[in-house]
Write a protein of this length. Structure first.
Length: 314
C-alpha cells in the first residue's frame, strides 16, 4: 500500500475515478497514521472534492483528534458539500466535543442541507440539552428541527419545553409539536393532542391523528372518533384510517355509518378497510351489504376486508 502522502496525492490529482476511490479506502485502512495527512488535506486542499473526501475518510477512521479541524471546516469551508461531509464525519466520530460546532452550523450556515445534516448529527449524538437550547431560536426552521430531534430521542423530559409550540405562529412548528407528542402515551400528551385537534390548519390536525394512531388505546380512539366530524375531508380520511390502526372495537358502529354515508367515496372505502383492521365480527354483515350495494371503491375495500380478514366466501 502507498504511504499516506502518496494516497493523498492520488486522491487529489488522479483523473481516474476508480483510482481515487481506491486511494480513499486505502487511507481509511491505514487508520490513525493517515489522520494528520487527511487533516492537512481537509484544511489546505485546493479542490473541494479532495477536502470532502478527506472529511469522509476522517469520519470512517473515527479518531477524535479530527473533531476540532472538522468542526472548523464545518464552520468555515467555502463549499457547502465539504461542510455537509464534515457534519457527517463529526457524527461518525461520535464525540460530544463536536456538539458546539454542530450547534453553530445549525444557527448560522446559509445552506439548508448543511443545517439539516448538522441537525441529524446532533440528534444522533443524543445531544438533547443542545436541542432544547435550540428551541429558543427565532427561526421557525431551527425550532422545528429541534422539536423533531427531541421526538426522535423520545425525550419526555422536554415535553414542558415543547408543548408551548402548539401555539407557535408557524404551522410547520405546530405540526412537528403534534408529532413530538405522539411519541408518548401519557395522559398529559393526550390532553395536549386534544387541544391540537382544534388547530386552525388541517395539516396540523392530520398530524395529531397520526400521533393518536401511534399511541393507540381507548382515549386515542375517542379523540379520533370526534375528528370524524371535522369539516375537512383530509382530516376525516385520516381519522378513519387511524381508527383502523388503533383497532378499538368501540369504533365499529361509527365506521359502519361512515361506510354507508354520503361522504367522499374514498373516506367510505377506507372505513371498510378500518373495519377489517379492527376485525370485529359485527362488521361482517355490513361489509357484505357494502360489497353488494356501495360504489365501486367501497365495494373493493369491503371485499378485501371480508376475504382477507374474515375469510368470507363471496
Amino acid at each position: 500500500m502507498d504511504s499516506a502522502f502518496g494516497l493523498i496525492r492520488k486522491l487529489g490529482e488522479s483523473n481516474d475515478y476508480f483510482e481515487r476511490q481506491k486511494a480513499a479506502w486505502d487511507l481509511v485502512k491505514l487508520g490513525d497514521p493517515a489522520v494528520n495527512v487527511l487533516i492537512n488535506a481537509l484544511i489546505e486542499g485546493e479542490y473541494s472534492d479532495l477536502r470532502y473526501k478527506s472529511a469522509w475518510a476522517l469520519g470512517k477512521i473515527g479518531n477524535s483528534i479530527a473533531v476540532e479541524p472538522l468542526g472548523r471546516s464545518l464552520l468555515n469551508d467555502s463549499d457547502c458539500v465539504v461542510r455537509e461531509y464534515c457534519a457527517a464525519a463529526l457524527e461518525a466520530i461520535g464525540s460530544v466535543e463536536a456538539i458546539p460546532f454542530l450547534v453553530k452550523a445549525i444557527n448560522s450556515d446559509p445552506n439548508r442541507d448543511v443545517r439539516l445534516r448538522a441537525h441529524i448529527a446532533l440528534r444522533n449524538l443524543g445531544a438533547s440539552s443542545a436541542l432544547r437550547e435550540l428551541l429558543n431560536s427565532s427561526e421557525p426552521e431551527i425550532r422545528g428541527m429541534a422539536i423533531t430531534g427531541l421526538a426522535k430521542l423520545r425525550c419526555e423530559q422536554a415535553m414542558d419545553d415543547v408543548i408551548c409550540f402548539l401555539e407557535d405562529g408557524d404551522v410547520e412548528v405546530r405540526k412537528r409539536t403534534a408529532n413530538f407528542l405522539g411519541e408518548f402515551s401519557s395522559e398529559k400528551a393526550l390532553n395536549y393532542l386534544n387541544v391540537a385537534l382544534k388547530d386552525s390548519q388541517p395539516i396540523v390536525r392530520v398530524e395529531v391523528l397520526n400521533s393518536l394512531a401511534r399511541i393507540r388505546g381507548t382515549r386515542a380512539c375517542q379523540l379520533s372518533l370526534e375528528a370524524l366530524k371535522d369539516d375537512n375531508a383530509s382530516v376525516r380520511l385520516t381519522a378513519v384510517t387511524c381508527l383502523g390502526e388503533i383497532g378499538q372495537d368501540m369504533a365499529v358502529e361509527r365506521l359502519v355509518e361512515i361506510m354507508f354515508s354520503e361522504d367522499d367515496e374514498e373516506i367510505r372505502a377506507w372505513a371498510a378497510w378500518s373495519l377489517g383492521e379492527i376485525g370485529d365480527s359485527r362488521a361482517i354483515e355490513p361489509l357484505r351489504k357494502a360489497y353488494e350495494k356501495c360504489p365501486n371503491e367501497v365495494m373493493k375495500m369491503a371485499k378485501a376486508s371480508l376475504v382477507e380478514v374474515f375469510q368470507q366466501e363471496l
